[in-house]
Design a protein around this ligand. Structure first.
Ligand code: AR6
Length: 175
């Protein structure tokens, strides 16, 4: 079975993982997009726990319980805002994936779902984001070959799903 997958859908409805990743902002106090959807479904206790974390730096990640979501944990990471590409955006996006995977490892999370971090409100180009996402996670899995069973990207729209699927398929075929 392949470790890396893509699926089209709503990440708040995913039932086959222990953790979902939230594309949050520095405050960790909620927002629009996938962040808004996660807070809505998890309920107000998620915001209460997030208040105790005192925000998160761009490229880093923090973990909470998942409350009413059908998984155990939410890993909140803060993607970079795309600003033309010369402001460390690529490295910061890679750092989001590494920080999230590292937290998952520390919590013995073997199945995890990501959204397309930074490609909505934060305007990161989808093709570049997909390459960074898949290459970074694949590199991490290579260093931790026995620690994960599934990493899936849950993509909200058809175009984003297609772009990530191309990267994941190329990786799975060893291209
Ligand atoms: N499930 C999966 N993907 C989703 C969902 C969902 N329920 N809802 C939206 N997406 P965005 P960003 C997709 O804007 O660019 C928030 O206000 C969406 O179509 O959610 O990292 C935060 O608080 C897009 O492909 O995140 C921050 O302020 C992808 O998720 C800011 O937005 C990411 O879009 C973060 O911006």
């Amino acid at each position: 079975m392949e470790l890396l997958k893509t699926i089209r859908g709503d990440i708040t409805k995913i039932t086959d993982v222990q953790a979902i990743v939230n594309a949050a902002n520095n405050s960790l106090l909620g927002g629009g997009g996938v962040d808004g959807a996660i807070h809505r479904v998890a309920g107000p206790e998620l915001l209460e726990e997030c208040r105790t974390l005192h925000g998160c730096e761009t490229g880093k990640a923090k973990i909470t319980k998942a409350y009413k979501l059908p998984c155990e944990y939410v890993i909140h990471t803060v993607g970079p805002i795309w600003n033309g590409g010369n402001q460390n955006e690529k490295e910061l996006l890679a750092s989001c994936y590494l920080s999230s995977m590292q937290l998952a490892l520390e919590h013995k999370i073997r199945k995890i779902a990501f959204p397309s971090i930074s490609t909505g409100v934060y305007s990161f180009p989808v093709g570049l984001a997909a390459k960074i996402a898949v290459n970074t996670v694949a590199g991490f899995l290579k260093e931790h070959p026995d620690d994960f069973d599934l990493v899936e990207w849950v993509l909200f729209d058809e175009h984003t799903e297609l772009v990530y699927a191309i990267e994941v398929n190329a990786h799975n075929k060893g291209i």
